[in-house]
Ligand binder design. Structure first.
Ligand code: B3K
Ligand code: ZN
Length: 847
């Protein structure tokens, strides 16, 4: 049992308690002498008083060697040191504080602070890793310039800013500690240059382990395109002489935007046609862009405190989404983003972990890098832009950049810029930041005597700690079609700001409503729209998102009826699906998305909303039956359709080709249901790129081919990133009753290394996210498997375990037996000695 429960009041940090530090740091001079077990960090902090009170520095796992103030060793009665704080009792108004500490990067398997990965030194400081490197005010509103000198017998020594001499770096831009970075190792660079709009040449380097140089081309291309895009669209140029990216194998997340020295999980930067899928290329493009865009939204203007995390993350996700929309098909991008939002954020918003986009309290900030902060945070920016229009949005952004450059800001600062340029009161809009839960918008329509009437109601559900919520401002983009599918009313935005509202339109004939075009707000629509109308929208809506949405709703209702009533699949639906599959005027990427059936978790979420207890096995079976029905309907078309997607010439990751491969892969899934994997076997043998190979591999695993896993392994066991895919695919595509056994077997594989976060996620996440029916297997073995591995990893890597524990967050959806089994595992975790990170998550899920 832990000494204190993480949610005990003394450990909870509240937004309302924010206060600026009494003494701040304006410059940091660091000398780092690297050694695996005894790295010495000498830090000289230039400190300045800005209010009354003691200076309390943060530190963790630091071995304090010496401490001096203005060059004199500090007498023992002038300071107090605990495990996590160093308090100066009578700090003067301006002074230099010098500390020397020793740390052990080699034994740091939390990958937080300074650590080692395959012989290279690397840092991760967001959110509070800097305190594991040296004593410092480790909070985002303390912004300092840095001089860093690195001493090590290694060829490449990197830090933030500009290199002034070998191993010596100067960062002229004041930054918070979380953006500090240091990298040292035997690395090689792919280099290029970019000339900014004001004519400065910037050196660009992507640093990798020797042997990986051939896989950096796409990331470099994405970086250059991102730099140009931010100049063109937001008027923001890069501000140092060099921009470095480093690929590292051990990393808890995707990448990190440290000033001038981005550190990337190698899975999000390395790509070659042979080893990366189209999905990987797309991630790389968007993550490179995201981290680069942080240079302005996050780095130049940062967060006052961690409660304002969405100020940089929501905005930067929105900006990377805009970038991808400009680089690829915007409708396909929007559909993919909404799928992700519903899978991750709606799920989070509907369960015990629900929290506002700007949380009001936390125990461990790393637990709040959530889909709500990131993805709903991005939706909020998108709604703001929809409500005020693109020109006012641009003007507000420019005002924000001009006014707040070099500052640590709040959501209020951000919104004030838009209120000022528009003259609009954004008080009600700000509820999107403070009220958790996905609003439900209920529609009732009526047509009588030439008048179309739509009654609209909004409800914001209760969430942990929040009830009786006020109505939000919801931008509803809508249009009308006639019975032949012709648009009779082009898109308009209706601002729903009251609990109820009515929309009336005079028309000669009853129209077909196309509501929430482009998914204009992150809400659940409750609308019993006639099936005939949905079929018209599927065939004709000018809004591609709603075309897709109509198809998805039709598919979902069939699968739900198959689960609840054992219903079969009707010809009208199957014909509509076939028409879409064969519509060669539609973009293949769009058709691939439209043919994809709702995920098992999405179906479980919908059933739960309907008040039905979801049965994971029945959902799995019904979804498969739907796929078999579609496959049967398409049987004659499949070979021709797949042939039409054949690409001549070498692999190119461009969106157009990726769309063809995506459609081909979707069609191969259907084909596999008809021929037991014969076509997939041929596709696997013929594949000349990893996208096609993985697609065929997945189909063969689904078909139960016993030899394919061994063949794949023999071909790719030398490649860590490819093998991550191999581990995941076997678990995700195992039959549900075998999935836990497959996952357990893979944890005994010689190449399974629990301490590598990518590998841990590939197997444990392969089960929890990739195979819901397997995870929820009725005997509870999936739950036990997850809890066992969380306990094993938690002692060394709390961030990764806390994140993986969210697989349990839907537990109250399920039947009494499953609930009992999950609760038993949650209680087992609660009573074990776990980290503050995991402890907080478990407490919240059980609350
Ligand atoms: N800002 C980092 C995430 C840091 C996570 C810390 N637990 C990456 C990003 O959002 O760009
Ligand atoms: Zn980010």
């Amino acid at each position: 049992m832990r000494d204190a429960t993480p949610s005990s009041p003394d450990q909870t940090i509240h937004l309302s308690d924010y206060a600026p530090v009494p003494v701040t740091v304006t410059h940091v001079d660091m000398h780092v002498r690297l050694d695996p077990r005894a790295t010495e960090v000498m830090a000289r902090l230039t400190c300045r008083r800005q209010g009354p009170g003691e200076m309390v520095l943060n530190g963790e796992q630091l071995d304090l060697v010496s401490l001096a103030l203005d060059g004199e060793p500090l007498a023992e009665d002038r300071y107090t040191v605990t495990d996590t704080t160093l308090t100066l009792h009578d700090a003067p108004d301006a002074f230099l504080l010098e500390t020397v500490v020793r740390i052990s990067p080699e034994t740091n398997k939390a990958f937080d602070g300074l650590y080692m990965s395959n012989g290279m030194y690397c840092t991760q400081c967001e959110a509070e890793g800097f305190r594991r490197i040296t004593w410092m005010l480790d909070c985002p509103d303390v912004m300092a310039t840095y001089d860093v000198e690195i001493e090590a017998d290694l060829p490449v020594l990197l830090s933030n800013g500009d290199e002034v001499a070998p191993g010596k770096w100067h960062d002229p831009w004041p930054k918070p500690t979380y953006l500090f970075a240091l990298v040292a190792g035997n690395l090689v660079a792919t280099s290029d240059t970019f000339t900014t709009m004001d004519g400065r040449e910037v050196a660009l380097n992507i640093w990798v382990r020797p042997g990986d140089e051939g896989r950096t081309g796409y990331a470099m291309d994405a970086l250059k395109r991102s730099m140009a895009w931010d100049e063109e669209v937001y008027g923001r140029a890069y501000d140092l002489s060099v921009f470095n990216i480093v690929a590292v194998d051990d990393f808890n997340m995707g990448a990190m935007e440290n000033k001038g020295l981005n550190v990337f999980n190698s899975a999000y930067v390395l790509a070659s046609p042979d080893t990366a899928t189209d999905a990987t290329y797309e991630w790389i493009e968007s993550v490179v862009a995201h981290e680069y865009f942080h240079n302005w939204t996050g780095n130049r203007i940062t967060c006052r405190d961690w409660f304002q995390l969405c100020l940089k993350e929501g905005l930067t996700v929105f900006r990377d989404q805009q970038f991808t929309c400009d680089a690829r098909d915007p409708a396909v991008k929007r559909i993919s983003d909404v799928l992700k939002l519903r899978t991750r954020q709606f799920r989070e918003d509907a369960g015990p972990l629900a929290h506002p986009v700007r949380p009001e309290s936390f125990v461990e900030i790393n637990n709040f890098y959530t889909s709500t902060v990131y993805d709903k945070g991005a939706e909020v920016i998108g709604m703001l832009r929809t409500l005020i229009g693109p020109d006012a949005y641009d003007a507000g952004c420019q005002l924000y950049f001009d006014r707040h450059d070099g500052q640590a800001c709040t959501i209020e600062d951000w919104l004030a810029c838009f209120a000022e340029v528009t003259g609009r009161d954004l008080t009600q809009f700000q509820l999107w930041y403070s009220q958790a839960g996905t609003p439900r918008v209920t529609l009732r329509e009526d047509f009588n005597n030439g008048l179309y009437r739509l009654d609209i109601r909004q409800d914001v559900p209760d969430t942990p700690g929040q009830t009786d919520k006020a109505p939000m401002v919801i931008p509803l983009a809508w249009g009308l079609l006639d019975a032949r599918g012709k648009e009779v009313r082009a898109t308009e935005v209706f601002e729903l700001s009251e609990a109820t509202a009515t929309l009336e339109v005079a028309l000669p004939d009853r129209p077909v409503l196309s509501m929430l075009r482009g998914f204009s707000a992150p809400v659940v629509l409750d609308f019993d729209q006639p099936e005939a109308d949905r079929l018209i929208l599927l065939a004709h809506d000018s809004d591609p998102f709603n075309r897709w949405e109509a198809g998805r709703t039709l598919a979902k209702s069939r699968i739900i009826r198959a689960v609840t009533e054992g219903a079969g699949f009707d010809a009208a639906w199957l014909d509509a699906v076939a028409t879409l599959a064969c519509d060669d005027t539609a973009d293949p990427a769009f058709r691939a998305l439209a043919l994809g059936l709702p995920s098992e978790d999405d179906l479980a979420q919908t059933l739960h909303q309907m008040g039905v207890v979801p049965d994971p096995d029945a959902i799995h079976a019904a979804r498969k039956a739907a796929a078999v029905a579609v496959a049967g309907r398409l049987a004659h078309d499949l070979p021709v359709l797949r042939d039409a997607m054949h690409i001549l010439g070498p692999f190119d990751p461009k969106a157009e080709d990726a769309g063809k491969r995506a459609l081909s892969a979707q069609l191969l899934k259907f084909q596999t249901l008809l021929d037991d994997g014969a076509a997939a076997r041929a596709a696997y043998d013929a594949a000349d790129n990893m996208t096609d190979r993985m697609a065929a591999f997945a189909c063969l695993l689904e078909a139960g081919d016993p030899s394919v896993a061994g063949q794949f392994e023999a071909d790719w066991q030398h490649d860590r990133l490819v093998m991550d895919k191999w581990f995941t695919a076997q678990v995700a595509h195992a039959a549900p009753d075998r999935a836990v056994g497959v996952a357990t077997g893979l944890t005994r594989h010689a190449d399974f290394d629990m301490t590598n976060p990518n590998r841990f996620r590939s197997v444990i996440g392969g089960l929890t996210s990739g195979n819901p029916a397997g995870f929820h297997t009725a005997d509870g073995s999936g739950y036990r498997f997850l809890a066992d591995w969380l306990l094993k990893l938690d002692a060394s890597n709390p961030q990764t375990t806390a994140r993986m524990s969210t697989a349990f967050d839907t537990w109250r959806r399920y039947d009494a037996d499953r609930q009992g089994l999950i609760r038993a595992q949650l209680e087992r975790l609660q009573h074990a000695e776990t980290s503050r990170d995991l402890g907080e998550m478990i407490d919240r899920m059980l609350a």
